[in-house]
Ligand binder design. Structure first.
Ligand code: NAI
Ligand code: MG
Length: 503
């Protein structure tokens, strides 16, 4: 009998039981063909453990469990208020286990423990927020004629397949599970290959909170195998995905066979515009946070920074000084560490490849662009923060999503020009601008083609506010009240009042 759990001692000394199986019907099972995926700590390059990898057959079992749970009285019979209570209980359990969950994420993803703790706070906050919405999914009454009573109700969509990335493992799960459960759906969620451990640990909290079997099923597995099987499964009514634009397009295609409802949150190359009247210290701080947070592995990272020519050189120098002060590279469990490793060897190689490409295309590497000299024990996927200046629009580093601590700087001279340059991308996820002129701020915000605009900040997202993109950055919105639209459908009901007299 293959093992379904393993005792792990984390680098910070925490000893805990790590589930490593597939979570279907509130039970741990092994994969049907016994295949596993190796889990690597990117700070040390050592294997932590390995987890069962779902086959198409396992995905089928999970989807059928979610279908039975969706149709079953145990879940259908729970009114919104009671569903909300389950979610609040779940939030309390996540909060009580935040140390363990943050430890697991720091170890499996490489993010500094302090940042992982912030992510777990986001997780329980999102469950509380959507727990509050669970009994507020209202329909409308619509006046049509006196002969009938017309109204709408909001119904859950059904079985939702959710595919999450590795950059914020449990937070991305919460963004999707929160609204799905609040609206009364059931779920099969697939963890990213690189980071399955925290969501597997979280699975046991679902049972403890009292969720009926089959309401949330959690699988690990390869995208092209388990992910693709989930997207194509006939029992799955909806797919919600966060990840690369390339995979998002494949998912759209696969989901078209059964015309599934889809929500996609994909890539970005978000601009940050610094006007010459910006409050400089504040702009430097946010420009830094916008690209260096989470090792630059954020879909909304403001990775293209446009600076007005009057302040370009000063800004670039101040930014570089700030990076060298803040980006302390080191062990994710060391309190002083700001920057951990990239999540995987693949991402590490990809980011370094872009530094090479910048050199080849004639950009000037102002700082970084190599393996970090200060990485602990000479191991791990650590990259020195990379600043590339005087980048031209034809260069790969200007156009493509890099997903690392890698920023490109561009000069501009007029508002009109910079709006054009900022919008000259296939993406449209986020955008940001810094200025002291409120009129200009409002005017430019209206012209940026993006799902989100931050004024005098960057990446200051909030779970109460809709999140998502236009163009090739995605379809639909997550978070806030808008997040509920993605997980409910409207049914219109026309009730003929059978009036005998004509009106
Ligand atoms: P990916 O988009 O391939 O993976 C994301 C998720 O999709 C994972 O759970 C994966 O297993 C699943 N998946 C992959 N192929 C699939 C398929 N054919 N069918 C169904 N599911 C599938 O991204 P990956 O390879 O991890 O990273 C590549 C690049 O994607 C990164 O360098 C970054 O630019 C971007 N990315 C963007 C994210 C975002 O937040 N928007 C998050 C992660 C990556
Ligand atoms: Mg890992």
């Amino acid at each position: 009998m293959p093992r379904l759990t393993q005792t792990i001692t984390a680098p910070n000394g925490l000893k805990y039981e790590q589930p490593i199986g597939l979570f279907i019907n509130n039970q741990w099972v092994s994969s049907s063909d016994g295949k596993t995926l190796s889990c690597i700590n990117p700070a040390t390059e050592n294997e932590i453990t390995s987890v069962h990898a779902a086959t198409a057959e396992d995905v089928d079992a999970a989807a059928r469990a979610a279908r039975v749970a969706f149709e079953g009285e145990e879940w259908q019979g729970i009114v919104g208020t009671a569903r909300g209570r389950l979610m609040l209980k779940l939030a309390d359990l996540v909060e009580s286990q935040q140390h363990t969950l943050a430890t697991i994420e720091a170890m499996d993803n490489g993010k500094p423990y302090s940042q992982a703790l912030g992510d777990i706070e986001e997780v329980f906050s999102v469950f509380r927020y959507y727990g509050g919405w669970a009994d507020k999914n209202y329909g409308q009454t619509i006046e049509t004629s006196r002969a009938k009573f017309t109204y709408t109700i909001r119904e859950p969509i059904g079985v939702c397949g959710q595919i999450i990335p590795w950059n914020y493992p449990l937070a991305m799960a919460a963004w999707k599970l929160g609204p799905a459960l609040a609206c009364g759906n059931t779920v099969v969620i697939k963890a990213a290959e690189q980071t399955p451990l925290s969501i597997l640990y979280f699975a046991n909290l679902l049972v403890e909170a009292g969720f009926p079997p089959g309401v949330v099923n959690i699988i690990n597995g390869l995208g092209r195998e388990a992910g693709a099987a989930l997207v194509q499964h006939p029992e799955v009514d909806k797919i919600a995905f966060t990840g690369s634009t390339t995979t998002g397009k494949q998912i759209m295609k696969m989901a078209s066979a059964t015309m599934k409802n889809i929500t996609l949150e994909t890539g970005g190359k978000s601009p940050l515009i610094i006007f010459d009247d910006a409050q400089l210290e504040n702009a430097v701080k946010w420009a830094h946070y916008g690209i260096m947070g989470n090792m630059g592995q954020i879909c909304t990272s403001t990775s293209r920074v446009f600076v007005h020519e009057n302040i370009y050189d000063t800004f670039l120098q101040k930014f570089t000084d700030y990076v060298s002060k803040i980006n302390v590279i080191g062990d994710p469990f060391d309190e002083k560490t700001y920057q951990g490793p990239q999540v995987s060897k693949e991402q590490f190689d990809k980011v370094l490849g872009y530094a090479q490409s910048a050199k080849e295309e004639g950009a000037s590497i102002f700082a970084g662009g190599e393996i970090a000299q200060s990485r602990p024990n000479g191991k791990g996927y650590f990259i020195s923060p990379t600043i590339v200046s005087d980048v031209q629009p034809h260069m790969k580093v200007y156009k493509e999503e890099i997903f690392g601590p890698f920023v490109v700087f561009v000069r501009f001279s007029s508002e009109q020009d910079v709006i054009k340059m900022a919008n000259d991308t296939e993406y449209g996820l986020a955008s940001a601008l810094c200025t002291s002129d409120i009129t200009r701020a409002h005017r430019v915000a209206g012209k940026l083609k993006a799902g989100m605009v931050w004024i005098n900040s960057s990446n200051s997202s909030d779970f109460r506010v809709p999140f998502g993109g236009v163009k090739q950055s995605g379809v639909g919105r997550e978070l806030g009240q808008a997040g509920l639209d993605a997980y409910s459908s409207i049914k219109a009901i026309h009730l003929n009042l059978n009036l005998t007299t004509s009106i």
